[in-house]
Design a protein around this ligand. Sequence first.
Ligand SMILES: Nc1nc2c(ncn2[C@@H]2O[C@H](COP(=O)(O)OP(=O)(O)O)[C@@H](O)[C@H]2O)c(=O)[nH]1
Ligand SMILES: [Mg+2]
Length: 237
Amino acid sequence: MLSGRPPRIQITGRARAGKSTVRNALSLLTAEETAPLDAPDRPDPVLDADLILYVLPGTLTSADRRVLERMPPDRTLVVLNKADAIGTRWSDAARAADRLAGTLGIQTLPAVASLAAHTRTGIVSDADLRTLHRHRARSDPAFLLTEDLFADPAVAEDTPARAALLERWGRYGVACALTALRHDPALPSRSLLQMLHSASGIDPIYRALHERYQWAAAAIAAEELAIVPTRSGSGDE
Ligand SMILES: Nc1nc2c(ncn2[C@@H]2O[C@H](COP(=O)(O)OP(=O)(O)O)[C@@H](O)[C@H]2O)c(=O)[nH]1
Ligand SMILES: [Mg+2]
């Protein structure tokens, strides 16, 4: 049976969109990260892979639109990354992704790739869990409004521990973890990690990508079958 060459995947987007982070979060070791789109004095990279993962950080610029308008929807998946900076809750990012999907005609899913990358390789350490528990019951809503406020030395004596927590999980991850621990203070660190992983939005992206990968592999196999001469078509009968 013909297995076909493996589909090629390119990960593209503007500079600092989160291309490397998405690649890492999805463990796409063989995917090619392109040069950034819309870089001054540089032509846009050629997007000719079987599957294109387009990383869009929050908002659509004219450069994104220009490139995305030319992308084939069946070979493209848009990751609306940095969803933690869109609105105030996950549903804001989910709605923004739906709107974009409608505008672009391309499947678009939200993600916090930086959180997903950490949940893939990390653990919630005992030290992080203790820091979270120390601040679990804080009711001041301003506490998590910005990273600076959260890491402010005036908050408590454990400033380095809070800074380390932010460094690993980001403000969105810390907010999710605190909410989860408020609901269930006995939550073990493994479950907390799973919850943070789900909160990153990466699993639906992985599933959508996997599905497209299988379509792409089938299309390649079909193409290769079509170009292999059959007995009747080879003229040696
Ligand atoms: N807040 C936030 N930052 C992110 C997210 N994904 C990536 N980043 C950060 O964005 C910056 C650029 O990411 P990188 O993957 O290097 O972008 P690239 O230039 O497109 O490869 C890094 O500091 C990442 O940690 C995200 O979902 N949320
Ligand atoms: Mg990069």
